[in-house]
Design a protein around this ligand. Structure first.
Ligand code: ATP
Length: 226
């Protein structure tokens, strides 16, 4: 007899990870974040959700369809990584709170959802559309990123309050509840950013070894960021 039958407790589905971003282009900083958080939090999968028309950024180097293609190439061959095209297909601002609401509807109220963020994105949370509603929809798993500290003096007061109430040190909390906890996660520090990759290509330098070869081939074939 299986132990869950014996105890009468239904087995819980593993948490689902969601990683949003502009991915312009996707690089090894994104991929290590997804891989290491998937391992630390026992995620069933990581959904990569490229943004549509980001409301907080100016003109992008690559088109949304090119960014989708780069993510698709980068995650090919990893069965735990899944491309979610919904924000690009909407072709609107594509707020994270809306994406998570949709996923919550699709997955049901019991499913644990984990929004994966780098420390820089987390510190910028108070500028996001209806950001405090995010905690009702998902857990937030915050990965360390070189150059950004969560112990900043100037951190937004409301964000500091949320952290104080919601901070968790045990991945099991994120598996046992559908949403509402915040966890910081150490990952291999990689000081890679899409901004420096774009600027480097623009200045004639190769971004080889900062991103997958298949993405680099596409950037060259499409003559991106020049
Ligand atoms: P840009 O330089 O164009 O702003 P980016 O490299 O920060 O881009 P995004 O697509 O904006 O990449 O990031 C998506 C998510 O991945 C964010 O939550 C961000 O914090 C995280 N992230 C990106 N690069 C890293 C990295 N090197 N280490 C940890 N987290 C990262």
């Amino acid at each position: 007899m299986r132990s869950e039958e014996y105890s009468g407790v239904l087995p819980r589905a593993l948490p689902l990870g969601v990683l949003g971003g502009t991915f312009d282009p996707i690089h090894f900083g994104h991929l290590r974040l997804a891989e290491e958080l998937a391992q630390q939090l026992a995620l069933s999968e990581v959904r990569f959700v490229p943004s549509g028309k980001p409301w907080h950024r100016g003109a992008l180097g690559a088109t949304p369809v090119q960014r989708l293609e780069m993510v698709s190439r980068a995650i090919a061959g990893n069965p735990r990584f899944v491309l979610d095209e919904r924000e690009v297909r909407k072709n609107s601002a594509g707020y994270t709170v809306e994406t998570l609401s949709e996923l919550r509807q699709e997955m049901g109220g019991e499913q644990s959802l984990c929004l994966l963020l780098g420390a820089d994105a987390f510190l910028g949370l108070p500028t996001w559309h209806h950001w405090r509603e995010l905690f009702g929809l998902a857990h937030l798993a915050v990965a360390q990123r070189p150059g950004f500290s969560l112990l900043q003096e100037g951190m937004d007061g409301l964000l500091r309050e949320e952290i104080k109430q919601r901070m968790s040190a045990d991945p099991a909390d994120l598996q046992g509840l559908p949403a509402g906890r915040v966890m910081t996660c150490p990952i291999t520090p990689l000081a890679i950013s899409a901004t420096t990759i774009r600027a480097g290509i623009g200045a004639g330098r190769s971004p080889r070894y900062l991103l997958p070869e298949s993405v680099l081939d596409y950037i060259q074939a499409q003559n991106l960021y020049r």
